[in-house]
Write a protein that binds this ligand. Sequence first.
Ligand SMILES: [Zn+2]
Ligand SMILES: [Zn+2]
Length: 275
Amino acid sequence: MRFIGPHVSIKDNIALSAERAHELGATGFAIFTKNQRIWSAPALKESDAEAFRENLEKYGFSPSSVLPHAGYLINPATPDPVLREKSLNLFIDEARRTASLGLNVINIHPGAYKEGEASDGMKRSAGMIDEVLREVDGIKIAIENTAGAGTILGSTFEELDKILSYTIQKDRVGFTLDTAHLFGAGYNVKEHAGKILDDFVSRFGGEKLLGMHLNDSKVPLSSHKDRHESIGLGLIGKEAFLTIVRHRATENIPLILETPDETRWKEEIRLLSEF
Ligand SMILES: [Zn+2]
Ligand SMILES: [Zn+2]
């Protein structure tokens, strides 16, 4: 089974997200657990969490088909103690929401180290991941690969491996691979999608791939930029995505569209589900 679907809105009520995904023909989806632009949001009401869990069941989504994305304000690698405290609190809050919603994994960007040594940033990032795992039972954290501009961490398998090596609860840490970020970081997904996934599996093991973000790219290979494009309309091209959804590593994990044109989602889901 392949769990394919877009990152849908939680507007008005988080429970509506499953319905929105279902209407598009999705078999999986992603959400933010709260408004991602603000540091603090009202607590998740148990009645809303319950409605979310009920709707998952109603529309036939298993919890493992849903991949919440932690908000972009969180920087796990920050050297700034004030920002670190705020990031940690928000990350814990979002991880708790994930668990309350009955979900198993939350996706996080490893962050930017801003100054000093990259390895210190990786240690800070790993440290925050461990703190969240200590605070919140029953979930795993998926570190998302990045296109890697400036001091942004996590653009290579080597770096992802290093961050993992600095964590303590390694069995609760895995990865999300974003195809547009891979391409931006210099992994030629267009030509070698299968080989890149094979390399991931031989380095980390298939069980470490907790999800994928399937995005075509507006910007060239190794640009270190992150500009998503609709599937088949960008520089990666349709064929690579068909290779990815056929690969054994993408079985039973959320394969999420973060593509810019919502009017194409239905067609993108159909295309990727057809193989
Ligand atoms: Zn992504
Ligand atoms: Zn991106």
